[in-house]
Design a binder for this molecule. Structure first.
Ligand SMILES: [Cu+2]
Length: 168
């Protein structure tokens, strides 16, 4: 009887170890789905994502490397979804000189959804006084959006990212 009990105990121990090791090995496959159902790709993510609480939604920001100060105003105020609209971007140097004739590229998207902008907004016109017309902006759902500008002037390039929280 004692020997039998020991065999049972060893069998249980080995089985438990196999199950634990197997579970650990399978974690990369099953883990995300079982442990973080909200992060699963198959879930509709648009409803359950809160933007980071400390998100900077300033409409005036320095560029990443501090070359320029950039601000924007929108002709749609407040900015709402599913409406094509226009921004005016204002660009100054760090010391407050208006930046003329910059080449500006527009990009953006929703960091939590992994998709970009639904349109291809472009700077279509220099309005003078450091102001640039950005046409073709549209956001098709509520949540956290990033709008990025790459600004090149006088051989120097820098980037700025504006954060928007839109009602959906
Ligand atoms: Cu989205």
């Amino acid at each position: 009887m004692k020997k039998q009990a020991m065999i049972v105990a060893i069998t249980v121990a080995i089985t438990t170890m196999i199950v634990i090791v197997g579970f650990i090995l399978l974690m990369p496959v099953i883990g995300p789905r079982y442990l973080h159902p909200l992060m699963s790709q198959s879930m509709p993510m648009h409803m359950n994502n809160a933007a980071p609480g400390d998100l900077d939604t300033s409409t005036e920001l320095p560029t990443d490397n501090g070359l320029y100060r950039v601000s924007f105003t929108s002709d749609l105020e407040p900015i709402s979804i599913n409406q094509m609209h226009t921004w005016t971007l204002h660009v100054e140097t760090a010391d407050g000189q208006v930046v003329e004739d910059a080449v500006i590229l527009v990009d953006g998207g929703m960091p939590q959804h992994g998709h970009g902008l639904p349109t291809s907004p472009q700077v279509t016109q220099y309005l003078g006084n450091g102001d640039y017309l950005v046409e073709g902006l549209k956001f098709q759902m509520g949540g956290w959006w990033e709008v990025k500008f790459n600004i090149s002037a006088n051989g120097q390039s820098d980037n700025v990212t504006f954060n928007l929280i839109l009602e959906g």
